[in-house]
Design a binder for this molecule. Structure first.
Ligand code: SF4
Length: 371
């Protein structure tokens, strides 16, 4: 379901724009509809009040909790039920962050990612994205939303941008705390760059993973055919337009993209750019044959990049990383016989996800101060 459908249903009940805003605001913020400065009976037309319960019951059913899996670091991974029996994952992050899914499955098919293994199963509607936030807010406050869960947001642009717009306005999330994470797509860059400054413009995270076009095409087989140079050019334009640095994501795969040549490629591409490089050692998955480099090796790479002027963060990822880990919970649920009880997943750190959202702010502040 899309937000537009909820608006239309409310309008059909006789709601005016101001009434629709109120209902959507309270829903997105997980506040009771009886709350607010004015009581519903003093504010909403009777026809709206009469139809509201049924509509809200439907809206609340858009994202329901199937199981919750707390992590040792304070994160909590949620398996979320969607209409039609499908599920997706959301992750509550320490310090008020939330990672949401934009698709069930994913067509990009990254070879190191569980979500990509089955291809795209279905799009997640804009209302279902906001419903993930509303559901999470019934458990904890949410002040940041990163689109780094299942799916590729640029393959579901209308729904993702509609959700971002609502979350950045009625949903009470700061614009720079909305992070659109993508493998890169010309249509997405075009849409993002055309968003007027007065509208909600999210921060941008770009999954690079290799500076070699041919290797990147093998790792991300159905990503849009943009070279790493074209990606960085487009990212830089967006960073300069918005004042938010680009978060580059690099899942470190041992023996594949952790070579000196790749590190030199990163320096060549990112030197002088308004950007932050996140190195994320791969989180190994039984079903996939990729290895995580040692922490010492990864730390040395981060230091090497730093010495050459690339602002680099090495992200802990004991159980889950931004791209490579998503989809494991859903995959396990799908594989589990119906009569068995949910098994807690050994989820550990959501540090990578949280840090991406966190690190936008100081960089943006520094840029504003001319640093
Ligand atoms: S890593 Fe992201 S883009 Fe790649 S298949 Fe998984 S969900 Fe899709």
């Amino acid at each position: 379901m899309r937000i537009e459908h909820i608006r239309q249903r409310l309008a059909d009940l006789g709601a005016k724009p101001v009434h629709i805003q109120r209902v959507l605001r309270l829903w997105a913020q997980a506040l009771p509809q009886e709350g607010g400065k004015r009581r519903p009976e003093d504010f909403l037309p009777q026809s709206v009040r009469e139809g509201l319960d049924a509509l809200l019951a439907e809206v609340m059913g858009l994202a329901t909790l199937r199981s919750a899996h707390p992590g040792a670091d304070g994160s909590e991974r949620l398996l979320v039920g969607l209409s039609g029996g499908q599920t997706c994952e959301s992750v509550l992050l320490p310090r008020d962050g939330l990672c949401v899914s934009s698709q069930v499955g994913c067509a990009v098919g990254c070879v190191f990612c569980m979500t990509g293994q089955d291809g795209l199963l279905r799009q997640i509607g804009s209302a279902e994205i906001v419903a993930q936030v509303a559901l999470a807010r019934t458990r904890r406050p949410v002040k940041k939303v990163v689109f780094m869960g299942m799916g590729e947001p640029s393959h579901n642009l209308d729904n993702v941008l509609e959700a971002i717009d609502l979350l950045g306005t009625l949903g009470n999330i700061g614009h720079k705390n909305l992070v659109f994470s993508t493998v890169g797509d010309p249509r997405a860059f075009e849409r993002l760059l055309s968003l007027p400054a007065a509208r909600v413009r999210p921060a941008l995270a770009l999954s690079l993973h290799s500076t070699r076009a041919e290797l990147r095409a093998r790792l991300l087989p159905r990503a849009a055919p943009m070279t790493p140079e074209e990606l960085v050019d487009a990212g830089e334009r967006y960073a300069r337009a918005t004042g938010y640095p680009i978060q580059y994501q690099w899942t470190l795969l041992e023996g594949i993209n952790d070579s000196e040549a790749e590190m030199e490629g990163i320096v060549r591409l990112l030197h002088g750019k308004y950007a932050l490089m996140n190195l994320i050692p791969y989180n190994e998955v039984d079903a996939l044959d990729f290895k995580r480099p040692s922490w010492e090796r990864a730390a040395e790479m981060a230091r090497w990049l730093h010495r050459r002027g690339i602002l680099t963060k090495l992200r802990h990822s004991a159980g889950q990383d931004v791209d490579g880990g998503c989809g494991q919970l859903r995959a396990r649920e799908s594989a589990r016989p119906a009569h068995r009880k949910p098994v807690p997943i050994p989820l550990v750190s959501a540090d990578t996800l949280r840090a991406v959202a966190d690190s936008v702010q100081p960089l943006a502040d520094r840029a504003r101060e001319g640093g």
